[in-house]
Design a binder for this molecule. Sequence first.
Ligand code: FAD
Length: 429
Amino acid sequence: MVTFCYRTLKTLQQLLITITHHSYSSLLTQKSQVIVVGAGPAGITLALLLAKQGIIVKLVEASRTFRRTFRGEGLMPSGLNALEQMGFSSILDRIPHRPLDAWKFLIDGRLLFQVKEPIELGGKPCTLVSQPALLEALVEEAIALPNFELLQGTPVQELVREGERVSGVRVGGDRTLTADLVIGTDGRNSLLRQKANLPLEQQSKTFDILWFKLADSPQFEAENVFYSIVQGQHAFGLFRSSEGNLQVGWALRDKTSDWKQVNWAEQLASASPLWLANHFRTHADTLEHPVFLSIVVGHCPRWSVPGLLLLGDAAHPMSPIRAQGINMALRDVIVAANHLISPLRQGEQASIDRAIAQVQEERSPEILRVQQLQVEEAAQADKLSNSALLRWGVSQFAPLLKYPVRWSWLRRQRQLRQGIAPIQLDNVK
Ligand SMILES: Cc1cc2nc3c(=O)[nH]c(=O)nc-3n(C[C@H](O)[C@H](O)[C@H](O)COP(=O)(O)OP(=O)(O)OC[C@H]3O[C@@H](n4cnc5c(N)ncnc54)[C@H](O)[C@@H]3O)c2cc1C
């Protein structure tokens, strides 16, 4: 009887949300159906998708602004396709973005091989999208919905439980928020993962990243290229960001090196081909002090406990190699929406808990495969960096080697660009 009344109330509530926006303030004081913790790409898209289905969602974000020092911006065709399925791809037209024209791989000053975008005939090119602008635009859509609330500048501090089941979160000042389901999309150092005692199987760390920004170069006007450069023991990636400056990700392998004391304009110039070396030297005054980004890569054997589901980097922190993390997070969101919308509407805890376990079952194989492909990409760069002889051989015989090397690189890219298996958003009204 109690269950029947609860379900009827839920259905009535759903109807009210769909039909009218008038009871806005009173709805927000009610218990949420979902609390999403962390407004990165995973958190915002899922919160917006669920809210569009009439589910009462609170999105809780620690930072006060989406403009933090660093957010990745490479979207692969799989991520672009996920945004399209969610109905958000028109947002891209309103925010800074730019497709890549090509990838170029340089070794000890020589071009080893290049690949034009889009790689697939008639496919989508990898596109650089301003992540802060994307997040802001998504939030703008969400806050127009009466059943969505954003709590920004509000770090979650603790999980709240009712018996064995997670029933909410505690934020500052001992304020408690409760919901039928808590979703942790709080990134690679996830607090929710720690508080739920969900261990992370971490890959051994081989590098961290120093991230630099500097003045734009006209070189990228004609052709928007992502450069991967190996010079001696050093390796870095360089591209023109969607926001119109150059950005460099420098692989920092030796943690004991005193990188703060390095003359970086000169270091980068000495590892670059002539035109780029000139740019680093001429615009040395615009080279910002690097941001140190600690790389965490791994996978949780369990993504959930009753009442709590982890998604995105919280469940499987991704390596930056070949721009996968945002794309994987968006694909997690589609699968989560497929499994969760119906049980959330019914409000039955047992079926919600069954659904959250199915999300991991469906997503884990792709995540593990993609992380394996990222390891293979990294291993090739490591081999080159560690062997002067190999580098010499590869650069001397580049005209001959470029075909097999390019072929082997392309073979890995299909899954890194498209995902392992098709994913379809199927539960949306
Ligand atoms: C150097 C580097 C370059 C990268 N480049 C790319 C790229 O080009 N393309 C790509 O696809 N991926 C890239 N990635 C990976 C990508 O950034 C992540 O995989 C992706 O951001 C994961 O999204 P997410 O929503 O799961 O988590 P995040 O984007 O990390 O978002 C988590 C959010 O949770 C918030 N949060 C954390 N703790 C709390 C708390 N206690 N309470 C409330 N809120 C909290 C954070 O403030 C943050 O907004 C890169 C990663 C690195 C390190």
